[in-house]
Write a protein that binds this ligand. Structure first.
Ligand SMILES: Cc1ncc(COP(=O)(O)O)c(C=O)c1O
Length: 414
């Protein structure tokens, strides 16, 4: 077996980075275009590369790392569980499962949980649940169930999910596509209302569209969707995989509009950046449609996942992280707002410690800005041309956040 050992006798400070990237390029599918940094260790909001350079993490694993890298409480919870039992499969019960389901249902103000692993699996689960509910409970004729989704959505990468993506990169060459989805413009309540028919079983939305560039819908939109779905006996499914669990200053982004959907789809931060944990959370009437054997996952709800997620929920119940996201988020948006005044930034959107920043294209693409920030020790990720996303771990200090913003100002010459 060969392993790529970084060269130790060279004066080139990038030699190890380059050799590891070359080896990755040689032996992996090129389904990502990462920034040219090779991370070796991380703690809190900081990462260190294989040559000892430090970087402020302003992406937080697309919000999977809301509680920071190597969070001691989460690492300890995982370590303790590693010594006990890690996997039973759902063929047997295990002693962390009841607490996990009870506490997650409680956190969501709902009744029942169906655990999975990745976000896309949870979205698939939500789609399957809605269809089965449509046939068994709502009485939609067999094979006719439809789900209304929004343009520019991002719900994951499975063949069914990319079937209702409007992003050609995510969709092209993966057909034939799964039918049964109606796509309406995000934020357009009238269009959504129009799209709902007798056969509609669900409306599936991100309360804030993350991958699209942190798009916040118009005020009143989510509340309007709630009214329409209630009136038409349609499930309102909120994909809070990226927006949920503290990021926006509330446990759920839907709370900003006082909206409670029929179903939350959760992932990312639920696993504390330690293990993949996702779930669909809803009422007993909705999740009660499943019978043994109709859906499942070998790793879904495993003891290690439950132990970490239980600690995540304990941290969320303190309110500390939501509070930090609110306070630091106000500061972040105030500072970014000043940049729009300089003409370097076209628009800033977001909520809490989460921002989509449209850089004026004359200063470069989002990728170029990300690379310049990287050279200054800040890691962000671009999306859609000239947009960069800022979503640091919620544990970031105000000083570090300010330092990161200084680097952005420097890159933009502001
Ligand atoms: C809103 C939303 N839904 C679903 C997903 C898919 O999650 P995963 O990558 O864990 O499959 C993502 C990932 O970015 C997301 O942001």
């Amino acid at each position: 077996m060969t392993s790529v050992t970084p060269p130790s006798t060279t004066n080139d400070p990038h030699a190890a980075t380059e050799s590891l990237i070359a080896a990755s390029d040689e032996h992996s599918a090129h389904n990502y275009h990462p920034l040219p940094v090779v991370v070796a260790t991380a703690e809190g909001a900081w990462m260190t590369d294989v040559e000892g350079r430090r970087y402020l993490d302003m992406l937080a694993g697309y919000s999977a790392l809301n509680f920071g890298h190597g969070n001691r409480r989460l690492i300890e919870a995982a370590r303790a569980q590693l010594e006990r039992v890690t996997l039973t499969s759902r063929a047997f019960h295990h002693d962390r499962f009841a607490d996990f389901c009870t506490q997650l249902a409680e956190l969501c103000g709902m009744e029942a949980v169906l655990p999975m692993n990745t976000g896309a699996e949870a979205v698939e689960t939500a789609v399957k649940t809605a269809r089965k509910w449509g046939y068994r409970v709502k009485g939609v004729p067999d094979g006719r169930a439809r789900i209304v989704v929004a343009s520019d959505n991002f719900h994951g990468r499975t063949t069914t999910i990319v079937s209702f993506s409007t992003d050609p990169e995510a969709r092209a060459d993966f057909g034939p596509y799964t039918p049964g989805f109606d796509i309406v413009p995000y934020g357009d309540l009238a269009a959504l209302q129009e799209a709902v028919t007798e056969d509609t079983v669900a409306v599936l939305l991100e309360p804030i569209q993350g991958e699209a560039g942190v798009l916040v819908p118009p005020a009143g939109y989510l509340a309007g969707v709630r009214d329409v779905t209630r009136e038409r006996n349609v499930l309102f499914i909120a994909d809070e995989i990226q927006s949920g669990l503290g990021r926006t200053g509330r446990t759920f982004a839907c709370e900003h509009e006082g909206v409670v959907p029929d179903m939350y789809v959760l992932g990312k931060a639920l696993g504390g950046g330690v293990v993949p944990v996702s779930a669909v959370v809803s009422s007993k009437a909705v999740l009660g449609v499943f019978r043994p054997g109709e859906h499942g996952s070998t790793f879904g709800g495993n003891p290690l996942a439950c132990a970490v997620a239980l600690e995540v929920m304990a941290m969320l119940r303190s309110g500390e992280f939501q509070q930090r996201a609110t306070e630091l988020g106000e500061h972040l948006h105030a500072e970014l707002g000043l940049l729009t005044g300089t003409g370097k930034v076209a628009e800033v959107r977001g909520r809490g410690l989460w921002a989509g920043v449209d850089i004026d294209p004359s200063y470069g693409t989002g990728r170029e800005i990300s690379e310049k920030l990287m050279a200054r020790g800040v890691l962000v990720k671009d999306t859609h041309g000239s947009t960069i996303r800022i979503a640091p771990p919620l544990v970031i200090s105000k000083e570090d956040l300010d330092w990161g913003l200084d680097q952005l100002r420097a890159v933009l010459g502001a």
